[in-house]
Design a protein around this ligand. Structure first.
Ligand SMILES: CC(C)(COP(=O)(O)OP(=O)(O)OC[C@H]1O[C@@H](n2cnc3c(N)ncnc32)[C@H](O)[C@@H]1OP(=O)(O)O)[C@@H](O)C(=O)NCCC(=O)NCCS
Length: 239
C-alpha cells in the first residue's frame, strides 16, 4: 500500500533535550531483536538517546507520511546501513538517520536510496584541515583560493554533501570521498547534482539547516526511471 504522493523525500528532526522519558519507554518495546541488542550495548546515555530518538523519528515519518505502523528496523553491524523490513507489504522504502550532540535528523522515501548527514558548527573542528585529507586535489585548490574566513564553512558543506552521498549508498568514509564531486553550487534553495566516479553513481542533494548553527545535506541516489526531482517535505515531530 502506497498512500503517499509519489516522489517525495520526507524528513524530520528533534533536539535530544526534548525527548521525554515517556517517549523513550514507549518506544523501547517497539525495537526489533537486533536493534534491542544494539541498544543494550550502548554505554553512553547521550548516545542511547540519539539511537532511540532516531528510531522514534522514523516511526513518526512512517506513520504520518505512509500510514505504516507495522515494520521492523534491522541492522547487521554498527557500520551497516539499517534497513526497513515489512512483514505485510512489499513496499520499498529507504531511510537514514544522522545525529549531532544536540539533535537527530531522519529521512525516508520511496524514491530510491537516501542518506543524511548533519553537523554542528559550534563544535570547533577545522573542517578545512579535515577536508585536506578527504577531498580531491582540485577541490582543495578551489578552497585554498577562497578567503580564510569562509574556508571552514565551504569545507563543511562539501563534507556533509559527500557524507550524505556515501550514506545513501550504504558505505563508510573509510573508502575515501575524493571521487564524489559536486556538479552544481551547494544550495538550500534547490537540489543540486553530485556525481561519483566509483560505481558511476549520481545523487540529487538537498542542503538543509535543521536548527541554528547546524548544516546538513540529504542525498538521494538518482534513478533514471524515477522522477528526477522529488520534493523535500519536512514533517514536524512534537515529542
Ligand atoms: C555511518 C557513517 C558513514 C557516518 O557516521 P557518523 O558521521 O559517525 O554518524 P551520523 O550521525 O551521520 O550517522 C549515524 C547513523 O547512520 C546510520 N548508518 C550506520 N552505518 C551506515 C552506513 N554504512 N550507511 C548509511 N547509514 C549508516 C545509522 O542509523 C547511524 O545511527 P544509529 O547508529 O543511531 O543507527 C560512518 O560509517 C563513518 O564512515 N563514519 C566516519 C566518521 C569519521 O570517521 N569522521 C572522521 C572525520 S570528522
Amino acid at each position: 500500500m502506497d498512500t503517499t504522493e509519489p516522489s517525495v523525500v520526507y524528513w524530520t528532526s528533534c533536539e535530544t533535550q526534548n525527548l521525554n522519558e515517556e517517549a523513550i519507554q514507549n518506544h523501547l518495546e517497539k525495537l526489533s531483536y537486533t536493534e534491542q541488542m544494539r541498544y543494550d550495548e550502548i554505554q553512553d546515555p547521550q548516545r542511547s538517546k540519539q539511537f532511540l530518538l532516531g528510531r522514534i523519528l522514523i516511526w513518526h515519518l512512517l506513520k504520518d507520511a505512509f500510514e505504516i505502523k507495522e515494520y521492523t528496523i534491522e541492522t547487521q553491524d554498527t557500520f551497516d546501513k539499517p534497513k526497513l523490513v515489512f512483514s505485510q507489504s512489499d513496499l520499498e522504502l529507504d531511510f537514514n538517520i544522522s545525529h549531532t550532540e544536540h539533535m537527530v535528523a531522519a529521512v525516508i522515501t520511496s524514491s530510491g536510496y537516501i542518506g543524511i548527514d548533519i553537523e554542528d558548527m559550534n563544535i570547533k573542528r577545522s573542517w578545512h584541515g579535515i577536508g585536506k585529507k578527504y577531498f580531491s586535489a582540485h577541490e582543495n585548490q578551489d578552497i585554498e583560493r577562497k578567503p580564510s574566513r569562509i574556508k571552514d564553512e565551504l569545507s563543511l558543506k562539501l563534507w556533509v554533501t559527500k557524507e550524505a552521498a556515501i550514506k545513501a549508498r550504504g558505505q563508510t568514509i573509510s573508502r575515501g570521498m575524493a571521487d564524489i564531486k559536486i556538479l552544481k553550487r551547494w544550495s538550500e534553495k534547490q537540489p543540486f547534482d553530485v556525481s561519483g566516479t566509483h560505481q558511476n553513481t549520481q545523487w540529487l542533494v538537498y542542503g538543509i539547516t535543521p536548527m541554528k548553527d547546524h548544516f546538513g545535506a540529504i542525498a538521494l541516489v538518482k534513478h533514471n526511471d524515477k522522477a528526477p526531482n522529488p520534493n523535500l517535505k519536512y514533517i514536524k515531530y512534537q515529542p
